[in-house]
Design a protein around this ligand. Sequence first.
Ligand code: PTJ
Length: 249
Amino acid sequence: MSEDVDLPESHPRYESLLTRHRIEAGVDRGITSRQGLIAQGRGEAFDYLLGERTIDSADDAERAAAAHLLSADHAVVSVNGNAAALVPGELVELAEVTGADLEVNLFNRTEERIEAIAEYLREHGATDVKGLTADGRIPGLDHERAKVDADGIGAADVVLVPLEDGDRAEALGEMGKTELVIDLNPRSRSAEVATVPIIDNIIRAIPNITEHARDLRGDPDAQQDAIDTFDADSALTAAERTIREGDLE
Ligand code: PTJ
């Protein structure tokens, strides 16, 4: 993660500064929305209280998410402006390891930003990026926010949605999809409706899901076990407790 900005890795806030730099660069490049800056700030506050680490319950969630992606009939990793700016190469790698599709799917949708994100993912090695056709709809949402690819998120049984808006997360759940949500706020609506809420920073979550997927690949029993032993309510409670007990020093 050190190639794109001149920051000393020894700096105590290295990861946080790098993340901010990536989001700023994403806005400059037309990938991230300005609202993405605000979302990042909110996320940072939760991450600070979590201790900027992957807590044990989040690691369990990341293993369960990897298992769902591997055992799906058709898994899709949804990519928005923040996710693309923060972890483009890591998203491509996750899709490769799990066999999932990548689909650009935006809350504040513009054709320009969809194109820019798809191009950015291709620069990071993606060969097939969905989201440009937009011939499917999520029922119950207004026109622009409902758009998906019919053969992408529209047809998926498992969807990984990082930093998703609550309404859309709820509507996707109502379509019967297994939702894997990455969100640093354990009481966001997206996290609360998820089959697997992952309360962790996306910059740690995505590589860790990939690592678990490598470990679980080709082992359906281990995948089933990771799914069966994960408890969403306990994971949300554990994250909330950690945040409430968080140290502000
Ligand atoms: O690119 P678009 O148009 O799809 O828009 C993306 C954003 C994120 C701007 C949009 O979906 C949005 O406005 O989201 P919200 O409602 O602000 O929710 C974002 C959630 O993600 C909040 O609960 C944040 O705490 C959380 N969050 C922010 N940064 C991170 C994060 N969670 C994990 N990792 C992060 N780095």
